[in-house]
Design a protein around this ligand. Structure first.
Ligand SMILES: Cc1cc2nc3c(=O)[nH]c(=O)nc-3n(C[C@H](O)[C@H](O)[C@H](O)COP(=O)(O)OP(=O)(O)OC[C@H]3O[C@@H](n4cnc5c(N)ncnc54)[C@H](O)[C@@H]3O)c2cc1C
Length: 582
C-alpha cells in the first residue's frame, strides 16, 4: 500500500485463464439449474434439500477447492477459489452453506490435520459424502471467541476427550456429519477437536429463526460428557486459536468473493426492472436518479472486484512461488497469514458493497422491492449477516490497523521510513516530485496524495497514543477506512491502466468507473483523516495538520454525475455488471 506497483504486476479479472473461467461457468450453471428452481423449498427448510444440493455440488467437484488433489480435492489456486466462491453466490443461503462446509469446515483439517486425519476426513468432505461445519461461537462468546466456556478433559483411561458445553449459531449444524469444535482443555487451554455426529452426549438444537439466509441451517450444538477420540484433537493443545483465526482469515477472503457475486446479481435484477417499469410515461431507467444508483452500484462493484482479484492474484503468486523444502499446506498457510490484511479488507469492503447494492436495489424496485415475491427483498435480508459473521466489520476494521502496525514495527512494511520522509516534507514544504502524466495522471496524483494522508493521520495518532492507540477505536476505524480506500483506489486505477494499455480502454466506461471511484474516495479519505486528526491533536498543532491535509487532499473537479450516467447506460444495455472479465 505504501510502495507503488506497476499495472502489469496487478492481477485483474481480464487475466483469468480458460480453466478459471470454466470453473466460474460450471458454478454459475450449477446454481442456475440446481439451486435456483429450489429456492422456495429451501427457504422453507425442506428436509434433506440443502444437504442434497451440497452433495450434488460435491459430485461436480465444487466442494473440494481447498483440498489438495492427493486427498481427493481440486487443490485450487486462490484465484480459482475466488472465482468459484463468486459464481456460487446466486442464492446467498447456498453460498453460506458452501462456505460453512468447503471453507471454514474444511480448512482446519487441510492446514492443521495430521496425515491420518487428512486421509480419514478430506476425501469424504471433498465429495460431500460427509458434510462439515465450524463451531467457534458460543452464547456468551462471539467476537470474544477466546472467552469460550466449552471444556475438554481427558478421560481417566486417556482414550477420549470429554466435552461439555454449548456452541451457538452453527452454519450447517443441522445436517453436518463433521463438527470442528473449539474447547478449552481443562478449562484453560484453547484447543480444537474433530467431532463426528453420533457421538454420545452430542446433540443439535432447533433451527434459529433468522432475518435472512433462511435456506441455510443455523443451530446451537450441545455437549454433555461427549467422548471424542483422543486422536481427534486437531493441531496442538493450547494452539486452537491458531487454527481458529487462520481459518477465519481464509473464510473472510472468500466471504468477500461471495458478496461480490451477490452484488452483481442484484445489479442485474435492478437494471432489468428499471427498464421494464414505467412511471410518468417513461421507463425508470431514463430517470437521472435511477441511473445514479445503477451507475454507483457498478462503480462500487468494480472497485471491490479490483481489490479482491488483485489480492487473490498476489496470494496465488506467493503460494506457487519457490520456497524450498516447506510443506505445501504450511507454505500456503504462511502466505495466507501474510495477506490477512487483504482478507479483512475483502470481507469488510465486500459486505458493505453488497449491502449498498441490495439497499439501492430495493429502492429501484419501489414498493415491489418490499414484497417477498420479488427476490430483491430476500437479497436485502440475506445481505445483512455478512457484516456480522466471520468477524464483525468493527473487529475487522480494528484488525486491519493492528496488523498494519505490527508489520510496520517488524519492518515488514516500510511504513516507518515513509512516515519519516513525510514528516520531512511537511516541515520543508512540497518537495520536487515527478508529476504523473498520461490519461490517468490526476488519479495517479490522488493515489499518491491519499497515501500521504494515511501516513499523516496514522503517524499523528501513533505518536500521540502509542501502544494505547487500540483504545481509541473511532480513530482506528477512521484509519482503517482510509487504508481500505487507498487499496481500492490503487487496485481500481492499476486495473484501468492495464486495460488502457492492453486494450485501449482509457476513454471508455471502465476508465470512467475508476476515475469516479477515485474522486469520491479522495473526498472520503480527507474526511476520515480530518475526523482522526481532530481527535488526536489540538490548537496550533491541529491547525497545521489540517493545513497539510488540505494541501494533500486537493483534487481537480470531475463530473461524476455524467460518469454515473454513462456507466448506467452500459449496465442497462447489457442488464448486468458491465466490466465482467475485463
Ligand atoms: C446466521 C449466522 C451464522 C453463523 N455461523 C457461524 C458458524 O458457522 N460458526 C461460528 O462459530 N459462528 C457462527 N456465527 C456467529 C458469528 O460469528 C457471531 O455472531 C459474530 O462473531 C459476532 O458475535 P456475537 O453475535 O456474539 O456479537 P458480539 O461479539 O456480542 O458483538 C455485538 C456487537 O458489539 C461489537 N463488538 C464486540 N466486541 C467489540 C470490541 N472489542 N470493540 C468494538 N465493538 C465490539 C460487535 O462488532 C457487534 O457490533 C454465525 C452467526 C449468525 C448470525
Amino acid at each position: 500500500m505504501i510502495t507503488t506497483c506497476a499495472p502489469e504486476d496487478v492481477f485483474t479479472p481480464a487475466d483469468l485463464d480458460d480453466d478459471q473461467r470454466l470453473i466460474g461457468q460450471t458454478a454459475e450453471e450449477f446454481v442456475a439449474k440446481e439451486v435456483t428452481p429450489n429456492i422456495p423449498d429451501l427457504e422453507q427448510h425442506k428436509e434433506g434439500l440443502m444437504p442434497g444440493l451440497l452433495k450434488k455440488a460435491g459430485g461436480l467437484g465444487l466442494l473440494g477447492g481447498a483440498i489438495p488433489e492427493q486427498y481427493g480435492g481440486a487443490g485450487l489456486d486462490k484465484v480459482s477459489a475466488t472465482v468459484l466462491a463468486e459464481k456460487l453466490a446466486g442464492y446467498a443461503s447456498f453460498a453460506v452453506s458452501h462456505g460453512g462446509h468447503a471453507g471454514i469446515g474444511t480448512i482446519p483439517i487441510v492446514y492443521f490435520g495430521t496425515e491420518e486425519q487428512k486421509r480419514k476426513f478430506l476425501p469424504k468432505i471433498a465429495t460431500g459424502e460427509k458434510l462439515s461445519c465450524y463451531c467457534l461461537s458460543e452464547p456468551q462468546a462471539g467476537s470474544d471467541a477466546l472467552a469460550a466456556r466449552t471444556r475438554a478433559v481427558l478421560s481417566p483411561d486417556g482414550k477420549n476427550w470429554i466435552l461439555n458445553g454449548q456452541k451457538m449459531w452453527i452454519t450447517n449444524g443441522g445436517f453436518a456429519d463433521i463438527y470442528i469444535v473449539f474447547a478449552k482443555v481443562d478449562g484453560e487451554k484453547f484447543s480444537c477437536f474433530i467431532v463426528e455426529r453420533g457421538t454420545p452426549g452430542f446433540s443439535v438444537g432447533a433451527e434459529e429463526k433468522k432475518m435472512g439466509i433462511k435456506g441455510s441451517s443455523t443451530v446451537p450444538i450441545f455437549f454433555e460428557n461427549a467422548p471424542v477420540p483422543k486422536e481427534n484433537l486437531l493441531h496442538e493443545i493450547g494452539r486452537g486459536h491458531i487454527v481458529a483465526f487462520n481459518t477465519l482469515n481464509v473464510g473472510r477472503f472468500s466471504l468477500g468473493a461471495y458478496c461480490l457475486g451477490g452484488a452483481k446479481h442484484v445489479l442485474a435484477a435492478a437494471s432489468r426492472y428499471a427498464k421494464e417499469r414505467t412511471a410518468f410515461g417513461k421507463s425508470l431507467s431514463e430517470f437521472g436518479l435511477i441511473k445514479a444508483k445503477l451507475g454507483e452500484m457498478a462503480i462500487r462493484i468494480y472497485a471491490v472486484e479490483s481489490m479482491i482479484y488483485r489480492s487473490a492474484g498476489m496470494v496465488s503468486a506467493a503460494v506457487s512461488g519457490p520456497k524450498s523444502g516447506a510443506d505445501k499446506s504450511q507454505q500456503a498457510m504462511q502466505v495466507l497469514e501474510e495477506y490477512a490484511i487483504e482478507s479483512s479488507i475483502s470481507k469488510v469492503a465486500g459486505s458493505e458493497t453488497v449491502d449498498y447494492c441490495v439497499d439501492e436495489g430495493v429502492q429501484i424496485f419501489g414498493g415491489y422491492g418490499f414484497h417477498e415475491d420479488y427476490p430483491v427483498a430476500r437479497a436485502y435480508r440475506d445481505s445483512r449477516i455478512n457484516r456480522i459473521f466471520e468477524g464483525t466489520n468493527e473487529i475487522n476494521r480494528m484488525l486491519i490497523i493492528q496488523m498494519l502496525m505490527k508489520r510496520a514495527m517488524a519492518g515488514i512494511l516500510p511504513l516507518m521510513p515513509a512516515a519519516l520522509k513525510l514528516a520531512d516534507e511537511v516541515i520543508a514544504g512540497p518537495a520536487f516530485e515527478e508529476t504523473p502524466s498520461g490519461e490517468f495522471a490526476e488519479q495517479e496524483r490522488s493515489l499518491g496524495q491519499a497515501k500521504k494522508v494515511f501516513l499523516l493521520a496514522a503517524g499523528t495518532a501513533v505518536q500521540e497514543y502509542r501502544e494505547k492507540l487500540a483504545d481509541h477505536q473511532e480513530i482506528v476505524a477512521a484509519l482503517s477506512n482510509i487504508a481500505m480506500d487507498v487499496y481500492a483506489m490503487e487496485s481500481s486505477l492499476r486495473r484501468a491502466q492495464k486495460a488502457a494499455k492492453l486494450r485501449g480502454e482509457a476513454a471508455g466506461v471502465l476508465g470512467d468507473a475508476a476515475r469516479a471511484f477515485i474522486y469520491d474516495a479522495m473526498d472520503r479519505v480527507e474526511k476520515e483523516a480530518r475526523t482522526a486528526l481532530a481527535a488526536t491533536a489540538e490548537g496550533d498543532a491541529l491547525l497545521t495538520q489540517l493545513a497539510v491535509l488540505r494541501r494533500f487532499s486537493k483534487h481537480s473537479p470531475l463530473d461524476t454525475i455524467s460518469i454515473r450516467r454513462r456507466v448506467a447506460d452500459v449496465v442497462l444495455a447489457q442488464h448486468r455488471y458491465p466490466f465482467e472479465g475485463r
